[in-house]
Write a protein that binds this ligand. Structure first.
Ligand code: ADP
Ligand code: MG
Length: 261
């Protein structure tokens, strides 16, 4: 279907957890790319609890692969029992600048993966950091700002949302995004998704409950709590996936109509 990027404006609202949650429940094969410039693989240290070795990741792709296409296939690791593959991020934030020349080529390659029936979810970490994977954000079919609904969280995300509306997001270190939306974590705590959408002037594409025990399954590899598979977090992720699908499809048909004679 598409390339979907997730990023945050402040704090640690749950980008990595939400990205992995979407990937695990994605209805088609999906590649999860850990492109957070903060470094340290959220997946290897979190979901796999350090039981899985770092083998190769983006840094090897940038420094040693002769072609991005072949290199990507080599470094992508399967998550057994799922149709998810992932590309591990850097081991340290100090490696992020070495990826600067990789991002555009990787963005082009990821866009081509759709032809192979694979979608892509990018964990872009926090916006505006040194080493931020800007070409992945600007080339994604849909970029989701992940945010909590507290006032400090909303005020931080608002400056990005305002820049997106004004088309001046590039002045904050990024080119124009194809399409932006919001993924709300902690709906109703205290503000509701509808209020978030109004304040930010962006559509809320996913609404997730604040469920620390269920979230820990993805963020720390914790034992699933009772009724996890039918619980609010999984249902919220599933509804988010359906909404991502329709948001991307709608824009594509609008674009097609725009070019029709
Ligand atoms: N929907 C959620 N409900 C409750 N806690 C969550 C949720 N999503 C993430 N968390 C928790 O928030 C913390 C930060 O999550 P993480 O995904 O690492 O954030 P980020 O990638 O934005 O830094 C983790 O402890 C994680 O379990
Ligand atoms: Mg993260």
């Amino acid at each position: 279907m598409a390339v979907i990027a997730l990023a945050s404006a402040s704090g640690s609202p749950g980008v990595t957890t939400t990205a992995l949650g979407f990937a695990m429940l994605w209805p088609r094969p999906v590649l999860l790319v850990e492109a957070d410039p903060t470094g340290g693989s959220g997946l290897l240290a979190g979901y796999f609890r350090g039981t899985r070795e770092y083998e190769a990741g983006l840094i090897e792709l940038a420094l040693t692969a002769s072609s991005i296409h072949d290199g990507l296939a080599e470094i992508a690791q399967r998550i057994e029992g799922t149709t998810v593959s992932f590309v591990a991020g850097t081991r340290s934030h100090t490696q992020a600048p070495a990826l600067r020349d990789l991002w555009q080529a990787l963005a082009d390659e990821l866009a081509d993966l759709e032809g192979t029936g694979q979608d892509v979810i990018v964990d872009a970490g926090r916006l505006g950091l040194l080493g931020s994977p800007e070409p992945l954000l600007t080339n994604a079919d849909l970029t989701l700002l992940v945010t909590r609904t507290t006032l400090p969280a909303l005020s931080a995300v608002r400056s990005w949302a305002d820049a997106i509306q004004r088309g001046t997001v590039h002045s904050q270190g990024s080119g124009a995004w194809q399409q932006a939306g919001v993924a709300v974590v902690g709906d109703g705590q205290p503000y509701k998704a509808s209020e978030v959408s109004r304040v930010l002037g962006l559509p809320v594409v996913a609404t997730l409950p604040d469920e620390p025990d269920a979230a820990a399954v993805f963020s720390r590899g914790a034992q699933p709590p009772k009724r996890f598979e039918t619980g609010p977090l999984v249902r919220g992720l599933q509804a988010g996936i359906a909404s991502i699908h329709s948001t991307v499809s709608r824009r594509r048909s609008e674009l097609l109509e725009g070019v029709r004679p």
